[in-house]
Write a new protein. Structure first.
Lengths: 119, 456
């Protein structure tokens, strides 16, 4: 089953120099494990590739059902240098939530994950 | 163990935040301390630029109005006030606050403390000569590559000097650069007597401070989860921490205010602008954000418990600003039909004309707002296809100021000699802005000497 992150998680993003941080938080406790399994650093890096130049690090906070991503080289040089309207990466969070992941049907049904039917 | 709690409220999350928040916090219910954060990374550069034009500037002027709005409560000893409004000029900030107290006739009864020593610029060469490399934290480059362009260097102080200011009896504490959370940790240390090596308690204080340092961003503001159902943002309650001596605390807001304090609003802020959650480093402590347990009572009260911390690294973060060329950004609006196509055509025309002029830039960057600007290619190929209007936004960056200035003259002519259905050109001639680059570094904590001074 295809599942869009926006439908199972919320998120916030901000800046530290030229690095953006995005936290992705499961909307339900039981959905955290799915997000942690499928939203790897590589998956996030691949999805965000059009917007960033550097690598992606991932950290786990299972206590608050969250993953923290650091996106290096994500802000065109950072808040003061950047020519972007989103110089501080405030809306990179929802860019990441556009990602659609594939979850085996049985697992998706067992967790009542909402299916994504869009393109 | 006492049941006593100390209430610290986050009354400002940035320079430019709601001017009315401090007064509403003080009048809306019990609060013992107000902490006001004014200093984002970007803000320090803005303040430095202001100080270079006016030696009496370089601090967050909003703080004067904030103090004035709650001065009766401060003068009556009901609430104390801590703010990092000193920016890159704490002395001028202190003078302005004293002038306010004089005007109100309460200078004698309201002790004001200034915490400084974060400014490393005067001794920068001596520090480098003594072996403090101040290499760029991400790239590892030595400071020497930008040393002649450095205009500011500020260490992130910890909570100790702020705690000392409170011990000296200050009711208003004004600081330069310190860790944002230190503005909350200091009141807790002062009230509960936490020692330097009480790492779990210091971590709890740091995490509490982190949760409220961005003001209403933890009480329903800028919260993506369920955003449209969060009630009455017009009357949003700013966040309050009720801290216990043991380090367990509750995040809440005043009754009758809008917004929401929930697991979701608190978690979005907890994991905001951090790196490794197991080691959130400040001068005080290495806090483990993965150690805390959140319990949402469903009544705008979230209990946070179990915070763990370890000894600090012995290094302080230093934020260095250096002159790094110039930039300018111009914009125009194109209307339906084919709004995005017209904007793209205009962009190509500008670039061709800049080429013809022989102008080259380190970077030229175009965004078409309304057609996939902030999410780029992720917004899909059809983004903005039938948009009623889009905004064309072109920016350039270069070391050559004259070239950047020439660029700003190339936008307005498009109104007459470019694609049709164009508007929004008042102010199309952009200002050329000098870039202050941000250079994060580390320094041995022992090389930095915080100063605490009662000035009233």
């Amino acid at each position: 089953m295809r599942v869009r992150l926006l439908d199972i998680a919320h998120a916030r993003s901000g800046d530290k120099g030229d690095t953006a941080n995005i936290c992705v938080i499961a909307l339900r406790e039981e959905w955290y494990a799915v997000i942690a399994r499928y939203l790897t650093a590589d998956a996030a890096a691949g999805h965000m590739a059009p917007l960033i130049r550097g690598g992606v690090e991932r950290f786990e906070l299972p206590n608050v059902w969250a993953l923290n991503f650091l996106l290096h080289g994500a802000l065109d040089g950072g808040g003061t240098r950047s020519l972007r309207i989103d110089a501080q990466g405030k809306v990179l969070s929802t860019a990441l939530l556009r990602l659609v992941i594939d979850v085996p049907d049985a697992e998706a049904l067992a967790l009542a994950l909402p299916p994504f039917t869009g393109a | 163990m006492t049941d006593r709690v100390v209430r610290v409220a986050g009354a400002s999350g940035m320079w430019g935040d709601d001017l009315d928040a401090p007064r509403r916090l003080v009048e809306g219910g019990p609060v013992d301390y107000l902490m006001l954060d004014y200093l984002a990374e970007v803000t320090m550069s803005v303040l430095q630029r202001q100080k270079s034009r006016d030696p009496s500037a370089g601090w967050a002027r909003d703080v004067v109005g904030a103090i004035e709005s709650v001065l009766p409560a401060i003068a009556a000893g009901r609430v104390k006030f801590l703010a990092n409004a000193g920016g890159v000029n704490p002395e001028a900030c202190g003078a302005a606050v004293l002038a306010l107290l004089d005007k109100a006739g309460v200078r004698a009864s309201v002790p004001v403390a200034l915490v400084s020593g974060d400014d490393l610029l005067p001794e920068l060469d001596a520090l480098v000569a003594a072996g403090h490399a101040l290499a760029h934290m991400e790239s590892g480059e030595p400071l020497a590559s930008v040393r002649d362009r450095v205009v500011a260097a500020n260490a992130y102080l910890g909570s100790a000097p702020l705690t000392e200011a409170l011990r000296l009896g200050a009711r208003i504490v004004l600081t330069g650069r310190c860790h944002d959370a230190a503005l909350a940790v200091a009141p807790f240390r002062h009230e509960f007597g936490w020692r330097d090596e009480d790492y779990d308690a210091l971590a709890a204080g740091t995490i509490a401070g982190h949760i409220i340092e961005c003001g209403a961003q933890s009480s329903g503001g800028n919260c993506l989860a369920d955003w449209a159902a969060i009630p009455d943002l017009a009357n949003i309650g700013y966040p309050i921490v009720e801290m216990s001596a043991a380090g367990d605390f509750v995040v809440t807001k005043h009754p009758g205010t809008g917004g929401r304090v929930s697991r979701q609003t608190v978690t979005e802020q907890l994991v905001y602008e951090i790196g490794d959650p197991r080691a959130y480093l400040t001068a005080d402590v290495a806090s483990d954000f993965t150690s805390v347990h959140l319990a949402d009572g469903g009544d705008d009260r979230v209990r946070v418990s179990g915070a763990r911390g370890r000894a600090p690294s012995g290094k302080l973060k230093v934020s260095i600003a250096y002159r790094d060329g110039f930039k300018a950004i111009s914009s125009l609006v194109y209307g339906w039909p084919d709004a995005a196509a017209k904007a793209r055509a205009a962009d190509a025309i500008v670039r061709a004309r800049l080429d013809r002029l022989g102008l080259r830039f380190e970077t030229i960057h175009t965004e078409i707002i309304g057609a996939g600007a902030v999410h780029g290619a992720l917004a899909g190929r059809d983004a903005g296809r039938d948009a009623p209007e889009v905004q064309l936004r072109i920016g350039v960056r270069d070391a050559n100021k004259a070239a950047v200035e020439r660029f700003t003259r190339e936008i307005a002519p498009l109104v007459l000699n470019g694609p049709p259905s164009v508007t929004g050109y008042f102010g199309a001639r952009a200002k050329v802005e000098e870039i202050l680059g941000f250079w994060p570094a580390l320094i041995d904590a022992t090389a930095v000497r915080p100063r605490v001074e009662l000035i009233s």
